[in-house]
Design a protein around this ligand. Structure first.
Ligand SMILES: NC(=O)c1ccc[n+]([C@@H]2O[C@H](COP(=O)([O-])OP(=O)(O)OC[C@H]3O[C@@H](n4cnc5c(N)ncnc54)[C@H](O)[C@@H]3O)[C@@H](O)[C@H]2O)c1
Length: 272
């Protein structure tokens, strides 16, 4: 049981971490709404959990606020909103300053990362914070990444937008925490999902993640368990890979040394 949570919405709930969160919340007796760009995946998770599915592009404010309004009108107040949908495309051939690679040879991949990894969190908060304050509180859980505290070697747009997602979560927690809004930001390293090249329900945990799986790849279910525990404890920062805490401390205590260490790490990866 998560106290006072009856209805939850999980974006990107059709696959990977989002799907595992949906399943775990349902086990807690929570009524789950699965929102995903991939309609059939959302339908299939919702069917399994006796929940509701919505096809939504979270990077579109109208669609996201429409989702929230429909859920609140038809199902009930949203007590927990998990902004989990996320995208990453990788740097192009010229590295972090590249104009190529990823999805498109233009600024599109930066824009897509910005909309999905950051603005979707802003749109959800805009719509829900006033509603939640009025009824005495609620939970916003934003899935960022260890790349939002450290950096993702080989993906500048992902790293920059995940940093922005962490900063936005901080702002909401600072501004609205005392009004009953519990904000959590989740910063995993590698998790066995399609994002790192591992199909849903695959037996294999082998990822092609450019060395970012150095501390091991977690199953999405392990991440979902950490999230539920973190919500119960009222935590802000949820770190499924605990090593991230130490790396973050080292980065803060000597930034220049940390950059040199990351340069060395990158060189080792590219020379492998
Ligand atoms: N897998 C990892 O190693 C890892 C590590 C750290 C953080 N994360 C983060 O975890 C979150 C979940 O990713 P995942 O690993 O489960 O990947 P995934 O690709 O398996 O799942 C992402 C889900 O988001 C949905 N989605 C993408 N764009 C959308 C949009 N515009 N609107 C609605 N839904 C959309 C996809 O359809 C998919 O269901 C992401 O925010 C990701 O950045 C993943």
């Amino acid at each position: 049981m998560i106290e006072n949570v009856r209805t939850a919405v999980v974006t990107g709930g059709g696959h990977g971490i989002g799907r595992a969160i949906c399943r775990r919340l349902s086990k807690e007796g929570i009524s789950v709404v699965v929102a995903d760009l991939d309609d059939s995946a959302a339908q299939s998770v919702a069917k399994e959990l006796d929940g509701r599915a919505f096809a939504v592009d979270v990077g579109d404010e109208q669609q996201l606020s429409g989702l929230i309004t429909t859920v609140e009108n038809e199902i009930g107040p949203i007590d927990l909103f998990v902004s989990n949908a996320g995208v990453g495309y990788g740097d192009g051939s010229a590295g972090a300053a590249s104009k190529e690679g990823g999805l498109n040879p233009t600024d599109d991949r930066w824009e897509s990362c910005w909309r999905v990894n950051v603005m979707a969190h802003v749109y959800a908060a805009r719509e829900l914070v006033p509603r939640m304050i009025e009824r005495g509180g609620g939970h916003l859980v934003n899935i960022a990444s260890a790349a939002g505290l450290l950096s993702q070697i080989g993906d500048a747009a992902y790293s920059a937008t995940k940093h922005a997602a962490v900063a936005f979560a901080e702002s909401i927690a600072i501004t609205h925490g005392e009004e009953g809004i519990h904000v959590a930001v989740v910063c995993p390293q590698a998790v066995a999902t399609r994002m790192i090249g591992i199909a849903d329900d695959s037996d294999s945990m082998e990822g092609g993640f450019g060395g970012n799986d150095v501390d091991g790849i977690l199953a999405p279910e392990q991440v979902a368990d950490c999230i539920v525990e973190g919500i119960r404890d009222g935590r802000f920062l949820i770190l499924p890979h605990q090593q991230v805490s130490e790396y973050f401390r080292r980065k803060a205590s000597d930034y220049d040394r940390w950059i040199s260490g990351m340069q060395r790490f990158r060189r080792n990866l590219t020379e492998q």
